[in-house]
Design a protein around this ligand. Structure first.
Ligand SMILES: *[C@@H]1O[C@H](CO)[C@@H](O)[C@H](O)[C@H]1NC(C)=O
Ligand SMILES: *[C@@H]1O[C@H](CO)[C@@H](O)[C@H](O)[C@H]1NC(C)=O
Length: 298
């Protein structure tokens, strides 16, 4: 009897930990992401449709979400494979369809290191709180604190603070440190076997040929950042994984990345990337892995 009682609790825990895991993966994307496996919004929409079809033949769910009762028939939760954007959770609506709604309650954060600083230089208790607010404003909810929050985003992790200015000397040294850092991450990922064979080749080449060391690391990072969509230029949005987590440690990262966008069109090409890392432009070429998934849905 004890065991039976534990089942719904376990399920609930699984759902909760899964939500957390998704959030975490996002945060550690720069270390963990295997480019081909990262879900993108388009795929998600496709998934919802697929799930609809699958769900169509299924018995309707109890609204509460505690699905497993005494019945031995496993019910498929239409939300199971739906991944909602940040600050959103999947809920089954009245018609039994999965729907992404604003997360009603963010986990209570007592740890101050979970705080984040927004683009309005306001400290929020967690990244969840920021994404929740953006979602509320997006949906025109009363709990939206004002129109300016429609585009609120994380500027950096940690409490807002007075950012020391990046001095000329620090800035002059930054490309070298950045190149080194990129190579070290690449090497680290290779050691942990988290690179695809394509990028592992680039890493091996970088290990054995000093002149390829930084160029290959730069190419790899560029390709990795240019994921959504892979159009061979890195937008401000795509820079997020190296900007926000590093900013409170590296106050030069923001001015550095801004300096990469030489023509100030909010996009960084591989040539611009090479230039701001002070690499030979003719050494850096497009060697991004071709994503051969049949249809990216574009
Ligand atoms: C942002 O907020 C912090 C903490 O309140 C403050 O020290 C800092 O000067 C602010 N920065 C800007 C650019 O306003
Ligand atoms: C090292 O890389 C450079 C630049 O791509 C290339 O010209 C050179 O032939 C490579 N050396 C070896 C030993 O592969």
């Amino acid at each position: 009897m004890k065991y039976l009682h534990a089942v719904p609790v376990l399920l609930l825990l699984l759902v909760v930990t899964d939500t957390y895991a998704t959030e975490k993966t996002k945060k550690h994307k720069k270390y963990r992401r295997k480019p081909a496996s990262a879900p993108n919004p388009v795929e998600n929409e496709v998934k919802i449709e697929e799930d609809d079809e699958k769900a169509a033949g299924m018995p309707p769910l109890a609204a509460g979400g505690d699905i497993v009762e005494d019945s031995k028939v496993p019910l498929i939760d239409p939300c199971l494979e739906v991944h909602c954007g940040a600050g959103r959770v999947c809920q089954v609506d009245e018609t039994g369809e999965p729907d992404c709604v604003c997360i009603p309650n963010c986990p209570v954060e007592t740890e101050s290191r979970r705080k984040v600083c927004s683009n309005h230089n306001e400290t929020w208790t967690s990244d969840c709180a920021i994404y929740q607010q953006r979602c509320l404003c997006d949906k025109g909810d009363d709990k939206c604190k004002g129109p300016q929050y429609k585009h609120v985003h994380i500027e950096y992790y940690g409490e807002c603070r007075d950012m020391p200015e990046c001095t000329k000397e620090e800035m002059a040294d930054f490309p070298r440190r950045m190149r080194d850092w990129l190579f070290n991450i690449m090497r680290d990922l290779a050691d942990r076997q988290e690179l695809t064979p394509h990028y592992l080749n680039l890493e091996r080449e970088a290990e054995s040929n000093m002149t390829r060391r930084w160029t290959n690391a730069a190419i790899w990072k560029f390709c990795e950042l240019d994921g959504h969509p892979p159009d061979r230029s890195v937008s401000r949005h795509e820079l997020f994984p190296i900007r926000a987590p590093l900013m409170s440690l590296e106050h030069c990262i923001a001015p550095f990345l801004d300096s990469c966008d030489i023509d100030d069109n909010h996009r960084i090409t591989i040539k611009e990337w090479a230039k701001c890392l002070e690499l030979q432009e003719d050494e850096i070429e497009d060697r991004c892995e071709e994503i051969t998934e049949p249809d990216e849905g574009e």
